[in-house]
Design a protein around this ligand. Sequence first.
Ligand SMILES: [Zn+2]
Length: 227
Amino acid sequence: MHNKFNTKYLEKIFNLAKKNNYDFISLEKLYDLKGDIKKKFVLRLDVEYQPHSLKNFIKIAKKFKVPMTIYVRVSGPYNFFWYNTFKYLQKASNDGHEIGLHTTPYEWGKLNKQKTNQILDVEVQVIKNFFKLKSISTHRDLNYTYNSLPWFEKNWLKIKKKYKLKYHAYDKKLFKQVQYVNEGFNPHLCWRNKSPEECISKGESIYMLLHPHWWYEDNPFEHEYSN
Ligand SMILES: [Zn+2]
């Protein structure tokens, strides 16, 4: 089954979770939880392309009262400062969603022969100028040439202290009692491991990572820019 990643399907997942008495909580709240974690549902977004695709998510998150953690790129393939990027980030933040940084500073530094710390510093300052930055998720390019996660994990305590951060999206603590659910290509767009429906049928808590540009309302090309 192809191209089922549309907003109707997303609403179906949230409805199913609600019917099964799941609690929608933020990633930060999951990080804070102690003891048994039962029937929790966390939604994280990594904004890779077409940031205006956040529009549908903001609408649905409001309808189902789902707190989102939205990781945005500063040195990625779109412009953080472009009106439609900033507009939806600001709207999401005003609705109470967390805005975090999605970054791959090690890769950027290697490919551009610059210091890894330097790009991370600039990116953090950009976000901090407009939003309360609490956390970071590292971006992994599909070819993994210069994966930033190992560098990030090695330096995490220093980074955390320097920028007064609380957690990062791959913190091992976040994965202990939940199923990590995300979409990707294999070879077509699909759930990488388990689907949210499978997890809900077993009553398992869910940490779901989605990429908003893959989720459409009318057709898969609706987020493309036109001239
Ligand atoms: Zn990414």
